[in-house]
Design a protein around this ligand. Sequence first.
Ligand code: ATP
Length: 483
Amino acid sequence: MATQIGFFDTIQMENLYTPSKNHSQHQQPGSTSKVRVIIRVRPFLPHEISSKNSNPISCISLLNSESVPSGDEVTVHLKDPETSRNECYKLDAFFGQEDKNVSEIFQREVSPLIPGIFEGYNATVFAYGATGSGKTYTMQGSDELPGLMSLSMSNILSTCERTGSTVSISYYEVYLDRCYDLLELKEQEFLVWEDKDGHVHLKGLAQVEVNSMSSFHEIFSCALQRRKVARTGLNDVSSRSHGVLVITISTPSRDSVGKMITGKLNLIDLAGNEDNRRTCNDGIRLQESAKINLSLFALSNVIYALNNGMSRIPYRESKLTRILQDSLGGTNRALMVACLNPGEYQESVHTVSLAARSRHISNSVSSAQKNTTPMVKVDMEAKLRAWLESKGKTKSAKIKSAQRIVGLRSPFNGRTPSSVNSTMKLSANLDAKLVSSQSISNCKQRIPCVEGGNLFNNGGYVDPSMQVSTDFQTNVHITILDP
Ligand SMILES: Nc1ncnc2c1ncn2[C@@H]1O[C@H](COP(=O)(O)OP(=O)(O)OP(=O)(O)O)[C@@H](O)[C@H]1O
């Protein structure tokens, strides 16, 4: 039986797990950055207004709002209108119900993170809160009101025009504590692993180059359809998974000709805490809910451990804490958007108390300055030739296939010499055989497809180095025969 590995996948894997040695070699002296925590309160929804006789009372308000100089911390007051219990918490910023769209949150909170990504810093923005509190609305948004994901992408693309950077995206979900690539047409799980320096890598996650907002929307809206959502007792369209959009930017280094600096922005729409007495979940919905709650419990344990200076931080308790490892107590800048439903006192206390504890977490931010050398065409050809010769074969057909791969302008970024090496090693170790994907029946599964188009189409641009311009469609694969 043959196992198939797409050429793009092998390249991609290496790109995402940057060798730790390189990372530390290029690391700049770090500076400390606290996790920034902001509150967003959504408005009452029509059915909530009618159930309260058109007079719902918000349990959330801002104390001394007039006297708060912008940039300073704010005090959020939570009061239960029924029992008059109340609590106060200090946080970094507050966006109330009257803030109808997220563009102000973007301008004030997210856009300041973006220049750093172009300098090789990583950042994470994640929405946290109970089910139905507005996380997806804030992160994903809609066609009419774009969320932080689209606004970030648009800002990044316009900056790229000035800096000559390239942008690519990955999009995945953590469902039932397993990670699935949402750019893949068919459900495909990938692995999360940690290197010896504690950096987390996502093995085999697809990455697609994006050069315009229209291509972003095309790719993203198609991937969104694969994300698991379902109706529950508390939300008609409830996320059943944590969704993560990774925007990777590669910028030519100003200091070193031919080198690239890579930075990443992670935008995370977490699934919400669920009280199953109120959601009335059963069957698979209940299983999903149990996993969501467990992963968020693991997140609170990590935050507790970091706040209390514990020597062991339980990142390994769940996939969610694994992928947030670099953002909580790691090397990323981090922004938490704590989302609240103004009619739910108890769940708001739960969210805000965790949010308030999170803002004491310090990250040692450093620019990874991953100076990746652009692909060297001749290297790969030479290596393949050497390998074939070492096997006593110089089949010209194989060389030609390899040339086609080398000439291919991959939609995935960052083909470094090491990734090339790795691909070749993989091929050599497993006695790889190069074939055209036309002979592979399920090759299309490997291409993140959009209706009526190929995601890898880069707007008609043809790299002069391409040997065969139709290689986007040809999509050469490596087939590895099981021993
Ligand atoms: N700022 C807002 N203005 C108007 N409507 C909002 C706002 N935020 C959220 N909503 C509405 O509230 C409902 C719940 O929002 P959303 O689905 O974003 O919640 P969620 O926190 O992502 O929930 P879950 O965790 O279940 O996925 C949706 O109908 C959404 O349209």
